[in-house]
Design a protein around this ligand. Sequence first.
Ligand SMILES: NC(=O)c1ccc[n+]([C@@H]2O[C@H](COP(=O)([O-])OP(=O)(O)OC[C@H]3O[C@@H](n4cnc5c(N)ncnc54)[C@H](O)[C@@H]3O)[C@@H](O)[C@H]2O)c1
Ligand SMILES: [Zn+2]
Length: 349
Amino acid sequence: MKELTVSFGTRSYDVSVGRGALAAADSALFTDGVAVTDEKVYKLYKVQIESLVSSPERVAVVPVGEGSKSPERLSWLWRFFARAGLRRRAPVIAFGGGVVGDLAGFAAATYMRGAPLIQIPTTLLSQTDSSVGGKVAVNLPEGKNLAGSFHQPRAVIADTAFLDTLPDREIKAGMGEVVKHALLDGGALLRLLQDGSLDKDRDEIVFENIKIKAAIVQRDERESDKGARMTLNLGHTFGHALEAYTLYSRYNHGEAVAIGTALAVRAGIALGLTSPETLELLHGLLRRYNMPYETEIPACDFIPLMLGDKKNQVSSGGDEVTLVLLRNPGEPFVHSIKLKELESVFMAC
Ligand SMILES: NC(=O)c1ccc[n+]([C@@H]2O[C@H](COP(=O)([O-])OP(=O)(O)OC[C@H]3O[C@@H](n4cnc5c(N)ncnc54)[C@H](O)[C@@H]3O)[C@@H](O)[C@H]2O)c1
Ligand SMILES: [Zn+2]
């Protein structure tokens, strides 16, 4: 098992990673807590979840899927905590994927003006990305993650044994962010992915991901304008536009991010800003992990949707998109470009 500390002064916390990390955790962390999970994870890991709380009534089970990140479910959770007599210093234990983490995290951030949160992520995406960094939120009908907060967890326990039961498509959902982190960092994770495999080197891969995410969020806790956290958007401006164009039904988020990252690298090369070797390297990685790196949908069909992306900082004329590009692996930078110019980069328009 491996450990690291995410440093936020008095709010610093430990992350433990590896097979058996949950059994090895200090049980005092969970005292008087309430657990939150989804129906599927509850079925699979009932024994482990119930062992963390004083009675099975202290487990809140929400429906599977993004629909649970709603104001209605949030308010249901607040009332669950109140009825369970959750005291102010007792923890909310988020046991599941990113949906459970974001929902339970926001409930913890707001219940009695802030309860401690323990993240026990069970998907590749939540172990490598969403459980670290403190972003918590629910969706509104008007948009994703529109109501939320920053609430750093008290501890993160990423037990990689949970990934044994994860379906292949959920592995792909996480792999997009893993490849993104590897390219942003350009170091140990990239080499691990190039030489190893997710089966063989799972613990190390998850650990290196968390190290990269932690280093970025430590530098920029609250996502300031042009801050380090913005680089985490690599592949996402293209990816979100592709997801929106295909009505969120054709690609899962990880696949859209993989294709989006390849498009960002291609755009960088066409603009003379990115080394051509970066594209070869990325293609090699995506092939190796069975991820898509292109789409037959012409980029010019969906890139206009980038202007509507929530994270796009719209220029005064409203016709510029802000992209994260790479000079080389490990050298990301932010680049604003007029939509028309970007369209001419992808000449099929
Ligand atoms: N807070 C952040 O910084 C951040 C970052 C990225 C994504 N997110 C959010 O994360 C969410 C997506 O998270 P996700 O991909 O983990 O989705 P998810 O939580 O919906 O989990 C995906 C599916 O896997 C199942 N599952 C979970 N663990 C399992 C296991 N061990 N074995 C078998 N099945 C299991 C779940 O029941 C669900 O059906 C989105 O809402 C996204 O907005 C948040
Ligand atoms: Zn993402």
